[in-house]
Design a protein around this ligand. Structure first.
Ligand SMILES: [Fe+2]
Length: 296
Protein backbone atom coordinates (compact mmCIF):
# COMPACT_ATOMS: atom_id res chain seq x y z
CA UNK A 1 0.00 0.00 0.00
CA UNK A 2 1.14 3.55 -0.71
CA UNK A 3 1.63 5.38 2.58
CA UNK A 4 0.89 9.10 2.24
CA UNK A 5 2.52 10.88 5.18
CA UNK A 6 1.65 14.57 4.69
CA UNK A 7 -0.39 16.92 2.57
CA UNK A 8 1.87 18.66 0.10
CA UNK A 9 -0.05 21.42 -1.65
CA UNK A 10 -3.32 22.45 -3.20
CA UNK A 11 -3.07 23.83 -6.73
CA UNK A 12 -5.84 26.21 -7.81
CA UNK A 13 -6.78 27.37 -11.27
CA UNK A 14 -7.66 31.04 -11.37
CA UNK A 15 -8.80 33.39 -14.14
CA UNK A 16 -7.39 36.34 -12.14
CA UNK A 17 -3.89 35.26 -11.18
CA UNK A 18 -2.60 38.54 -9.73
CA UNK A 19 -5.77 39.07 -7.68
CA UNK A 20 -5.36 35.63 -6.13
CA UNK A 21 -1.64 36.21 -5.51
CA UNK A 22 -2.48 39.43 -3.70
CA UNK A 23 -4.90 37.54 -1.43
CA UNK A 24 -2.71 34.53 -0.63
CA UNK A 25 0.59 36.44 -0.45
CA UNK A 26 -0.42 40.00 0.44
CA UNK A 27 -3.13 39.22 3.01
CA UNK A 28 -2.88 35.58 4.07
CA UNK A 29 0.90 35.94 4.04
CA UNK A 30 2.28 32.97 2.13
CA UNK A 31 5.77 33.59 0.75
CA UNK A 32 6.30 33.44 -3.00
CA UNK A 33 8.97 30.75 -3.45
CA UNK A 34 8.87 30.48 -7.25
CA UNK A 35 7.14 31.82 -10.29
CA UNK A 36 7.09 29.83 -13.50
CA UNK A 37 5.15 31.42 -16.34
CA UNK A 38 1.52 31.32 -15.33
CA UNK A 39 2.12 29.42 -12.08
CA UNK A 40 3.01 30.96 -8.71
CA UNK A 41 4.27 28.75 -5.88
CA UNK A 42 3.45 30.01 -2.38
CA UNK A 43 4.62 28.59 0.93
CA UNK A 44 3.83 28.67 4.62
CA UNK A 45 6.95 28.25 6.76
CA UNK A 46 5.96 24.67 7.67
CA UNK A 47 5.60 23.45 4.07
CA UNK A 48 7.90 23.09 1.09
CA UNK A 49 5.16 24.87 -0.83
CA UNK A 50 1.52 25.06 0.19
CA UNK A 51 -0.52 26.60 -2.61
CA UNK A 52 0.10 26.76 -6.35
CA UNK A 53 -1.90 29.35 -8.28
CA UNK A 54 -2.21 28.52 -11.97
CA UNK A 55 -3.80 30.77 -14.55
CA UNK A 56 -6.86 29.02 -15.98
CA UNK A 57 -10.16 29.85 -17.63
CA UNK A 58 -12.25 29.01 -14.56
CA UNK A 59 -11.54 28.81 -10.85
CA UNK A 60 -11.18 25.30 -9.45
CA UNK A 61 -8.83 22.76 -7.97
CA UNK A 62 -6.01 21.87 -10.35
CA UNK A 63 -4.38 19.26 -8.12
CA UNK A 64 -3.98 17.91 -4.61
CA UNK A 65 -0.33 17.32 -3.73
CA UNK A 66 0.41 14.49 -1.30
CA UNK A 67 3.77 13.50 0.10
CA UNK A 68 5.23 10.07 0.82
CA UNK A 69 8.21 9.40 3.12
CA UNK A 70 11.69 10.03 1.79
CA UNK A 71 13.12 6.99 0.11
CA UNK A 72 9.75 5.89 -1.31
CA UNK A 73 10.28 4.71 -4.90
CA UNK A 74 7.94 6.70 -7.15
CA UNK A 75 8.18 3.87 -9.71
CA UNK A 76 6.69 1.59 -7.07
CA UNK A 77 3.95 4.17 -6.35
CA UNK A 78 3.04 4.24 -10.06
CA UNK A 79 3.07 0.44 -10.22
CA UNK A 80 0.70 0.18 -7.26
CA UNK A 81 -1.65 2.78 -8.74
CA UNK A 82 -1.69 0.86 -11.97
CA UNK A 83 -2.57 -2.29 -9.97
CA UNK A 84 -5.71 -0.41 -8.87
CA UNK A 85 -6.53 0.48 -12.48
CA UNK A 86 -5.29 4.08 -12.16
CA UNK A 87 -3.10 5.39 -14.98
CA UNK A 88 -0.17 7.27 -13.47
CA UNK A 89 2.29 9.48 -15.29
CA UNK A 90 5.78 10.45 -14.21
CA UNK A 91 6.59 14.15 -14.37
CA UNK A 92 9.83 15.96 -13.67
CA UNK A 93 10.78 19.52 -12.76
CA UNK A 94 7.20 20.45 -11.95
CA UNK A 95 8.03 23.07 -9.36
CA UNK A 96 10.73 24.63 -7.24
CA UNK A 97 13.18 21.98 -6.03
CA UNK A 98 10.68 19.29 -6.99
CA UNK A 99 12.53 16.93 -9.30
CA UNK A 100 9.89 14.23 -9.74
CA UNK A 101 6.30 13.35 -9.03
CA UNK A 102 3.66 10.87 -10.05
CA UNK A 103 0.33 12.31 -11.22
CA UNK A 104 -3.00 10.53 -11.70
CA UNK A 105 -6.75 11.11 -11.52
CA UNK A 106 -8.61 9.66 -8.53
CA UNK A 107 -11.86 7.73 -9.04
CA UNK A 108 -13.60 11.07 -8.32
CA UNK A 109 -11.70 12.72 -11.16
CA UNK A 110 -9.48 14.73 -8.80
CA UNK A 111 -5.92 15.22 -10.05
CA UNK A 112 -3.49 13.98 -7.39
CA UNK A 113 0.27 14.50 -7.41
CA UNK A 114 2.50 12.35 -5.20
CA UNK A 115 6.09 13.21 -4.35
CA UNK A 116 8.67 12.59 -1.67
CA UNK A 117 8.63 14.75 1.46
CA UNK A 118 10.65 17.92 0.92
CA UNK A 119 12.31 20.39 3.27
CA UNK A 120 9.92 22.99 4.73
CA UNK A 121 10.43 26.45 3.27
CA UNK A 122 10.88 28.17 6.63
CA UNK A 123 9.87 31.25 4.69
CA UNK A 124 9.31 34.42 6.74
CA UNK A 125 5.93 35.96 5.95
CA UNK A 126 5.68 39.68 5.34
CA UNK A 127 4.67 41.79 8.33
CA UNK A 128 1.02 42.73 8.59
CA UNK A 129 -0.17 39.46 7.08
CA UNK A 130 -2.02 36.56 8.69
CA UNK A 131 0.97 34.20 8.32
CA UNK A 132 -0.41 30.65 8.80
CA UNK A 133 1.98 27.94 10.01
CA UNK A 134 1.13 25.32 7.38
CA UNK A 135 -1.42 23.94 4.94
CA UNK A 136 -3.54 21.58 7.07
CA UNK A 137 -6.21 19.91 4.98
CA UNK A 138 -8.35 19.94 1.88
CA UNK A 139 -12.05 19.07 1.82
CA UNK A 140 -13.65 17.69 -1.33
CA UNK A 141 -17.24 17.28 -2.43
CA UNK A 142 -17.64 13.74 -3.77
CA UNK A 143 -20.56 11.76 -5.13
CA UNK A 144 -20.07 8.69 -2.95
CA UNK A 145 -18.07 9.32 0.25
CA UNK A 146 -17.86 5.60 1.14
CA UNK A 147 -16.29 4.81 -2.24
CA UNK A 148 -13.88 7.75 -1.92
CA UNK A 149 -12.95 6.69 1.62
CA UNK A 150 -12.14 3.21 0.29
CA UNK A 151 -9.82 4.78 -2.31
CA UNK A 152 -7.98 6.97 0.20
CA UNK A 153 -7.64 4.21 2.81
CA UNK A 154 -6.97 1.17 0.62
CA UNK A 155 -4.82 2.83 -2.05
CA UNK A 156 -3.15 5.79 -0.30
CA UNK A 157 -2.92 4.53 3.30
CA UNK A 158 -5.18 7.08 5.02
CA UNK A 159 -7.04 6.18 8.23
CA UNK A 160 -10.66 7.10 9.04
CA UNK A 161 -10.77 9.59 11.92
CA UNK A 162 -14.49 10.31 12.12
CA UNK A 163 -17.71 10.26 10.14
CA UNK A 164 -20.49 12.81 10.44
CA UNK A 165 -23.58 10.74 9.69
CA UNK A 166 -22.92 8.95 6.41
CA UNK A 167 -22.27 12.10 4.39
CA UNK A 168 -19.00 13.53 5.69
CA UNK A 169 -15.77 11.58 6.31
CA UNK A 170 -12.57 12.85 7.94
CA UNK A 171 -9.31 11.07 7.08
CA UNK A 172 -5.82 11.37 8.53
CA UNK A 173 -2.38 10.43 7.28
CA UNK A 174 -0.44 11.64 10.33
CA UNK A 175 -1.16 12.95 13.83
CA UNK A 176 -3.56 15.69 12.61
CA UNK A 177 -7.21 14.65 12.97
CA UNK A 178 -7.85 15.21 9.26
CA UNK A 179 -5.86 15.93 6.14
CA UNK A 180 -8.58 15.07 3.62
CA UNK A 181 -12.34 15.47 4.15
CA UNK A 182 -14.94 13.96 1.85
CA UNK A 183 -18.42 15.48 1.75
CA UNK A 184 -21.30 13.99 -0.23
CA UNK A 185 -22.44 16.16 -3.11
CA UNK A 186 -23.75 15.57 -6.64
CA UNK A 187 -21.09 17.92 -8.05
CA UNK A 188 -17.53 16.83 -7.19
CA UNK A 189 -15.03 19.61 -6.56
CA UNK A 190 -12.92 21.21 -3.85
CA UNK A 191 -15.05 22.43 -0.93
CA UNK A 192 -12.36 24.21 1.10
CA UNK A 193 -8.68 24.30 1.93
CA UNK A 194 -7.46 24.98 5.45
CA UNK A 195 -4.39 26.52 7.01
CA UNK A 196 -3.24 26.23 10.60
CA UNK A 197 -2.76 29.21 12.87
CA UNK A 198 -0.70 29.27 16.06
CA UNK A 199 -3.43 29.70 18.68
CA UNK A 200 -6.69 31.47 19.52
CA UNK A 201 -4.95 34.86 19.73
CA UNK A 202 -3.67 34.29 16.19
CA UNK A 203 -7.25 33.56 15.04
CA UNK A 204 -8.33 36.91 16.49
CA UNK A 205 -5.47 38.69 14.70
CA UNK A 206 -6.50 36.97 11.45
CA UNK A 207 -10.13 38.09 11.90
CA UNK A 208 -8.94 41.67 12.50
CA UNK A 209 -6.78 41.60 9.34
CA UNK A 210 -9.64 40.19 7.26
CA UNK A 211 -11.92 42.84 8.73
CA UNK A 212 -9.56 45.67 7.84
CA UNK A 213 -9.56 44.42 4.24
CA UNK A 214 -13.36 44.11 4.25
CA UNK A 215 -13.20 40.34 3.74
CA UNK A 216 -16.22 38.96 5.63
CA UNK A 217 -16.23 35.71 7.55
CA UNK A 218 -18.81 33.29 6.14
CA UNK A 219 -18.71 31.10 9.30
CA UNK A 220 -17.02 31.35 12.66
CA UNK A 221 -15.22 31.79 14.81
CA UNK A 222 -16.40 28.69 16.62
CA UNK A 223 -15.18 25.30 17.77
CA UNK A 224 -16.14 22.19 15.82
CA UNK A 225 -17.00 18.96 17.58
CA UNK A 226 -15.49 16.73 14.89
CA UNK A 227 -11.75 17.48 15.16
CA UNK A 228 -12.43 20.14 17.83
CA UNK A 229 -10.59 22.81 15.88
CA UNK A 230 -11.38 26.49 16.40
CA UNK A 231 -12.27 27.69 12.92
CA UNK A 232 -13.11 30.63 10.70
CA UNK A 233 -14.02 30.49 7.03
CA UNK A 234 -13.85 33.22 4.38
CA UNK A 235 -13.88 33.35 0.60
CA UNK A 236 -10.83 34.13 -1.51
CA UNK A 237 -11.37 36.50 -4.47
CA UNK A 238 -12.34 33.54 -6.71
CA UNK A 239 -15.02 32.47 -4.21
CA UNK A 240 -12.99 29.50 -2.97
CA UNK A 241 -13.51 28.77 0.76
CA UNK A 242 -10.39 29.17 2.90
CA UNK A 243 -10.48 27.96 6.52
CA UNK A 244 -8.11 29.27 9.17
CA UNK A 245 -8.01 27.04 12.25
CA UNK A 246 -6.15 26.12 15.40
CA UNK A 247 -6.22 23.41 18.11
CA UNK A 248 -7.13 20.53 15.78
CA UNK A 249 -7.28 17.15 17.58
CA UNK A 250 -4.05 15.16 17.46
CA UNK A 251 -3.41 11.43 17.62
CA UNK A 252 0.21 11.33 18.69
CA UNK A 253 0.03 7.59 19.47
CA UNK A 254 -1.57 5.78 16.55
CA UNK A 255 -1.35 2.44 18.41
CA UNK A 256 -3.36 3.83 21.34
CA UNK A 257 -6.05 4.84 18.86
CA UNK A 258 -7.49 7.85 20.67
CA UNK A 259 -7.12 11.62 20.43
CA UNK A 260 -4.72 13.31 22.79
CA UNK A 261 -6.96 14.37 25.72
CA UNK A 262 -8.15 17.97 25.69
CA UNK A 263 -10.26 19.76 28.32
CA UNK A 264 -13.00 20.54 25.79
CA UNK A 265 -13.60 16.86 24.89
CA UNK A 266 -16.92 15.50 26.14
CA UNK A 267 -15.42 12.08 26.83
CA UNK A 268 -11.97 10.72 27.62
CA UNK A 269 -10.34 8.99 25.94
CA UNK A 270 -12.03 10.17 22.77
CA UNK A 271 -11.76 7.69 19.90
CA UNK A 272 -12.70 7.83 16.20
CA UNK A 273 -16.47 7.59 15.94
CA UNK A 274 -19.53 8.39 13.87
CA UNK A 275 -21.09 11.68 14.97
CA UNK A 276 -24.82 12.24 14.77
CA UNK A 277 -26.21 14.52 12.07
CA UNK A 278 -27.77 16.88 14.64
CA UNK A 279 -26.61 20.30 13.36
CA UNK A 280 -25.93 21.43 16.92
CA UNK A 281 -23.36 18.67 17.20
CA UNK A 282 -21.19 20.10 14.41
CA UNK A 283 -20.19 22.83 16.87
CA UNK A 284 -19.08 22.79 20.49
CA UNK A 285 -19.80 26.54 20.43
CA UNK A 286 -20.42 29.20 17.83
CA UNK A 287 -23.28 29.74 15.41
CA UNK A 288 -24.71 26.67 13.62
CA UNK A 289 -23.66 25.78 10.09
CA UNK A 290 -24.93 28.56 7.78
CA UNK A 291 -27.53 27.63 5.20
CA UNK A 292 -25.87 26.38 2.04
CA UNK A 293 -22.37 26.15 3.51
CA UNK A 294 -21.96 22.44 2.80
CA UNK A 295 -23.12 22.94 -0.79
CA UNK A 296 -21.02 26.09 -1.26
FE1 LIG B 1 -11.91 22.12 7.38
Amino acid sequence: MIRVSKIGHVALFTPELERQVEHYAGLVGLATVARDGDAVFLACPGDHHSVVLRRGEAAGCAALGLQVPRGTELRDVARQLSGHGLAAEHRSDTGPDLPALVAFDSPDGQRIEIYEEREASGASPAGGTIAPLKLGHAAFRVVDPARSVAFFTEVLGFRVSDWMGDFFAFLRCGPDHHTVNLLRSPAPRLHHLAMELRDWAHVKEACDMLGKRRVPLIWGPGRHTVGHNIYTYHLDPDGQILELYTELDQMSDEAAGHWDPRPWHHETPLRPRRWEMDPFLSNAWGIPTPQGFRDA
